[in-house]
Design a protein around this ligand. Structure first.
Ligand SMILES: C[S@@+](CC[C@H](N)C(=O)[O-])C[C@H]1O[C@@H](n2cnc3c(N)ncnc32)[C@H](O)[C@@H]1O
Length: 272
C-alpha cells in the first residue's frame, strides 16, 4: 500500500477518508468532528461573515461533516441557500430546512455539477484528498463572479527542539500514518494562496489560527480521540508503540500539557 515519493515522504495511499480511517458509522465519529468544530467554528464563521456570508448568498459547504457551519450559515448568517455536500450525510438529517440542499456525493466525482455559488467553503477536507490541487481548480470554477472560495486545512508549527517527547512522536507518527492510508498531506497547505492566484482569484489572503491546546478542551479531546482511533496505524509506522501512545494520551489529558498544537490555515480568494 505504501511506497516513497520523490520527496522522500511516503506516497499517498489509495485508501479513502471514511473507509480506511474515520468511518462515519463509528459511534464516536460525530463527537470527534464536533470537538474540532467547537474549536474552529468561531474563527471560521467570523471569516465567512467578513467575506459577505449573509442574506442573498448561495453557499456550498464542502465536506459538511456534522453540519455546524451549514447550520450557522442558515440560522445565524441567514443566507439564501446552502448546499451541504459530503460523502456521508447521515449527520445532516436533523438539519431539515427548506433553504438546505443536502448532496450525498464524492467531491472527486468528475460528473458532479452542484451549480454555482457566492461562497464555497471547505474545512479539513482537501488535506485528506490526494487530488487537492485539481479540486481547488474545480471549486474555483463553481464560483459566481464576485464569489469567495474559502479553504481551511491543518498545518503544524512544531517545536523543532523537541524530537523525543511522547506527544511529538505520536503527532509525527499520525501524519506519517495518514498519508499512506488515506492520502492526507498538509505539506501544500501554505501554498493554497498561490493556488488561488493561479486560478485567477483576486483579493487572496490567508491566516494561521492555532487555538489553545488545553487539557479537557474540545481540541485536546479531538486529538485524544483521533490518536485512540488510529492506534493500529500509529503502531504500524514503527515510530511509536502502545506505551508511547498511552503516555501521549495521558499528557493530553493532564495539567502538564504545554504545546502549541496544530493549527488551521484559512485561505480565501474572490472570483473576478
Ligand atoms: C475532518 S471532516 C471535516 C468536517 C467539516 N468540514 C468540519 O470542519 O467540521 C472531513 C469531512 O469531509 C468528508 N469527505 C472526505 N472525503 C470526501 C470526498 N471525497 N467527498 C466529499 N466529502 C468528503 C468526510 O465525510 C467528512 O465529513
Amino acid at each position: 500500500m505504501t511506497g516513497s515519493s520523490s520527496s522522500g515522504r511516503p506516497a499517498a495511499g489509495d485508501g479513502h477518508y471514511g473507509e480506511d480511517l474515520f468511518e462515519p458509522e463509528h459511534p464516536r465519529e460525530a463527537e470527534r468532528i464536533d470537538a474540532a468544530a467547537l474549536a474552529y467554528d468561531p474563527v471560521t464563521t467570523s471569516r465567512l461573515r467578513s467575506l459577505g456570508a449573509g442574506p442573498g448568498t448561495r453557499c456550498l459547504e464542502v465536506g459538511a461533516g456534522t453540519g455546524t457551519v451549514a447550520r450557522w450559515l442558515l440560522e445565524e448568517a441567514g443566507v439564501e441557500e446552502v448546499v451541504a455536500l459530503d460523502r456521508d450525510t447521515a449527520d445532516l438529517d436533523d438539519l431539515a430546512e427548506p433553504r438546505l440542499q443536502v448532496v450525498t456525493a464524492d467531491l472527486t466525482d468528475e460528473s458532479l455539477r452542484p451549480g454555482s455559488f457566492d461562497l464555497i467553503h471547505a474545512r479539513v477536507v482537501l488535506m485528506h484528498l490526494p487530488e487537492r490541487r485539481r479540486l481547488v481548480s474545480r471549486l474555483a470554477n463553481w464560483l459566481n463572479p464576485g464569489g469567495w472560495l474559502v479553504l481551511g486545512d491543518a498545518v503544524e508549527v512544531p517545536d523543532a527542539l523537541d524530537t523525543s517527547s511522547a506527544y511529538r512522536r505520536v503527532m509525527d507518527a499520525m501524519w506519517l500514518a495518514l498519508r499512506p492510508t488515506i492520502g492526507t498531506d498538509t505539506s501544500s497547505v501554505p501554498a493554497y494562496p498561490h493556488f488561488l492566484r493561479e486560478e485567477g482569484l483576486r483579493n487572496v489572503a490567508a491566516e494561521l489560527v492555532c487555538p489553545p491546546l488545553v487539557a479537557g478542551s474540545p481540541l485536546a479531546r479531538f486529538w485524544s480521540e483521533t490518536w485512540s482511533r488510529m492506534r493500529p496505524a500509529l503502531e504500524a509506522t514503527g515510530q511509536v508503540d502502545a506505551v508511547v501512545i498511552d503516555e501521549a494520551l495521558a499528557y493530553l489529558a493532564s495539567p502538564r500539557l504545554a504545546e502549541l498544537g496544530p493549527g488551521m490555515v484559512m485561505t480565501w480568494g474572490q472570483r473576478r
